[in-house]
Structures are given as C-alpha cells and as structure tokens.
Design a protein around this ligand. Structure first.
Ligand code: NAD
Length: 357
C-alpha cells in the first residue's frame, strides 16, 4: 500500500478496529457453553475469530466448520491436539471441557505452542493450576482464565470503588450463587468437577470478594477461611460432592465476607458495604442483565453486547501486544487456593484456616 492509501485506511478505520489479521481461536469441547455462548460471541469479536475445534465428535466438528466457515482441516480430536503445532491458523486455544480436564487440554495446547484460555475453575487442585502455569511459561505462551466478569463494566466499578475507597474500604460482604440442579451431569461428579457448586458457582462469589477486598495474586494477602457444608436434602443425587456450602472469608483489613453456594436453590447476589456506602448486585453473576444499585442510586453503565466477546478480545489484544493477561493463571490458582481452604475447613467442622494468596 502506498503512503496515501495507508493514511486513508487509517482514517476510515474506526479507532477501535484492528489493523492486523484477526487471531484464530480453536474451541476445545463443544458442550453447552462453547456452543451457546462462546461460538456466537466469536462472531462478534474484533480481534479474533473461530477457526477450529477440538471435539470427541467428528460430526459436531464438521457441523461447526460448515456453520462458521472454517476448514475441516482445523477439526481435531482430544488425542490429536499436539498436531495443532503445525497449524498456523490457530493462535489461541480456548478450553471448555469439564473442570478436571482443563489441565490436560491446557498443557496439550501449550506444548503445541498455542496461547490458552482455560474456563473456570482453572482446574480442580492448586497443584494442577501450577502445572498449567509452568507448561505455559516453558512454552512461552500466555494463559488466561475465562472469568468473563473481570471484563464487565459494573464489576470494573466495584474494583474502582475498592481501589479509590469512595465508600470507605469494603468491610462487610455477602452473597452467593446457586441454582437447583435436576439433570444428572458431570457437575455432580467429583472426578470431573472437582467438587460441587463451590467449584462451579461459588467461585463467582470468591472472585467478587477478592475484587471488593482489593486482593491480588502475588502471595501477599492473608485470608482466613471458615466453611460448613449443610446436610444434603438429596444425598442420592449429590453422592460425592456438596449440595450446599456456607463459608466466610476474613481479609487483612478486618473485612469479612459471608457466602453461600448451592445446587439446591436459587441465589444470585453480591453486596459490599463500607463505612460511607454500599454496592449491591442482584442478579450479580449472569451473562447479562445485571442489576446493580449503590447507596447513591441505581448504577446504569452501558455494557458490551456480550461479556464473552469483551473477555476474549481483551486476551487477543494481550497476545497481539505481547502483554500479560490481566486475568492470568495466577489468578485462577489463587481462587483454587481459596477453594481448597474452603473444602478443608468444611471437612474439619468449620476450622479456621489461614492462607496467603
Ligand atoms: P457441557 O457438559 O455442556 O460440555 C462439556 C464438553 O466437554 C462436552 O462437549 C463434552 O463432550 C466434552 N467432554 C470432553 N471430555 C469429556 C468427558 N470425559 N466427560 C464429559 N464431557 C467431556 O459443560 P459446559 O457447561 O459447556 O461447561 C464446560 C466448562 O465451561 C466448565 O469448566 C464450566 O465451568 C465452564 N463454564 C463457564 C461458564 C462461564 O460463564 N464462564 C459458563 C458455563 C460453563
């Protein structure tokens, strides 16, 4: 392109529009979230696009390649992921399989030289999180966790309020996430899920509490955990995972949070209070339609069309600019440290457990 054409292209491009090719993303696992949320979101991303899949079902793979217009050569099985190393179309691999499989698929992607987003929870143990971080570091690829609410503007406001302390430091937090699970699925199997609703849903309250308390992931923040599992109403359904769990988190500045998570009843709320004001999310953790009120009144902030597109584009920009993700593996590992402490406390009748995250 000549200088005039370049200048014209720059002028006609919107400020936010990418100048370079969109990065290629391959989805690993074509279940509910990948199919219902991520693949559609990838039609809205500005910096990346869906170019491949990893699936146990070749039929599903072919159907996606036809629907989204990518080459059938970019369909892999879980066993052939290593071959992605030769595929220049794929820059980023997005792991959307059951929780306990995130390490295997993340590590396979890293060794194929691909940047990785792993869905939440990052894994089912701190040790596995560390192995994922190491594999990505050794292979010089970036790792991020699918925490979509880290890119949601109302939660940005929560983080800002925590940082600037307009309501004072948040010292009291409450909330939780739960729904009634009726359909048998891997989420109620410890081997694949790692636990029950805490792994799947309670993790959102853990995230929000860390945002409100201003807790990072550099190993410097002490947190004291207590937790108790409630008696199961359907022990036959929830054989080896909890059904409902209550826990508390105490932070260094005397802030305290009380939370609940459940597969037996709906709750979707988060509230943080300081000496000079409060903020409340209800619903708090959905894909959209969050209702957020503060002691000053309703918080009406424009939101992006999909949280997932905003989240994935943010990572694509990090890859393109060679910056670390703001939601790195270390954040996922921090949350797994908290989750392990919650389970350890619950197993010891609510014993106080101190960790440093
Ligand atoms: P799902 O059951 O609908 O899909 C799981 C996929 O993994 C299926 O395609 C299944 O075939 C595949 N799979 C591969 N190996 C498997 C095995 N051994 N057993 C069972 N399935 C296997 O689950 P989902 O709701 O799509 O959740 C997938 C991941 O995404 C989970 O980690 C979950 O926590 C996460 N998720 C995140 C959000 C979010 O808002 N960030 C929302 C939903 C799910």
């Amino acid at each position: 392109m000549g200088a005039t054409a370049l200048a014209l292209a720059a002028r006609t491009r919107g400020a936010d529009e990418p100048a370079e090719r969109k990065l290629g993303i391959a989805l690993v696992g074509l279940g509910g979230y990948a199919t219902g949320q991520l693949a559609p979101a990838l039609q809205q991303t500005k910096h990346c696009r869906l170019v491949g899949v990893v699936t146990g079902s070749p039929d599903k793979g072919r159907a996606r390649s036809q629907k989204y217009g990518f080459s059938e050569e970019n369909i892999y099985s879980y066993a052939t992921m290593a071959r992605m190393a030769d595929n220049k179309d794929i820059d980023i691999v997005y792991v959307v399989t059951p929780n306990a499989l995130h390490p295997e698929h993340t590590i396979a992607a890293a060794w194929a030289g691909k940047h990785v987003i792993s869905e939440k929870p990052m894994a089912t143990s701190v040790a596995d999180c560390s192995a994922m971080i190491t594999a990505c570091r050794v292979n010089k690829v970036k790792l991020s966790i699918g925490y979509r609410l880290q890119f949601e503007p109302h939660f940005d406001e929560l983080k800002r309020l925590a940082r600037e302390q307009e309501f004072g430091a948040f010292t009291k937090m409450t909330g939780g996430l739960g729904f009634t699970m009726n359909r048998p699925q891997w989420r109620a199997e410890k081997k694949l899920a790692g636990g029950g609703p805490l792994m799947d849903l309670g993790i959102y309250a853990v995230q929000a509490a860390c945002m409100a308390a201003g807790v990072g992931f550099d190993g410097n923040a002490p947190i004291v955990i207590t937790a108790r599992e409630r008696p199961k109403q359907r022990p036959g359904f929830f054989k080896d995972v909890e059904e409902t769990l209550d826990w508390t988190m105490e932070f260094a500045n005397d802030a305290k949070g009380e939370f609940v998570t459940s597969y037996n009843g709906g709750i979707d709320k988060f509230r943080a209070e300081g000496a000079k004001g409060w903020i409340e999310f209800a619903p708090a953790f959905q894909y959209g339609g969050l209702k957020v009120t503060t002691s000053r009144g309703p918080l009406d902030i424009p939101v992006p069309p999909t949280q997932q597109a905003a989240q994935i584009d943010a990572f694509a920009r990090c890859v393109r600019d060679d910056r670390p993700s703001t939601v790195p593996g270390e954040m996922g590992r921090r949350d797994m440290m908290i989750i392990e402490a919650i389970y350890a406390s619950a197993a010891q009748n609510g014993k106080r457990i101190e960790i440093k995250v």
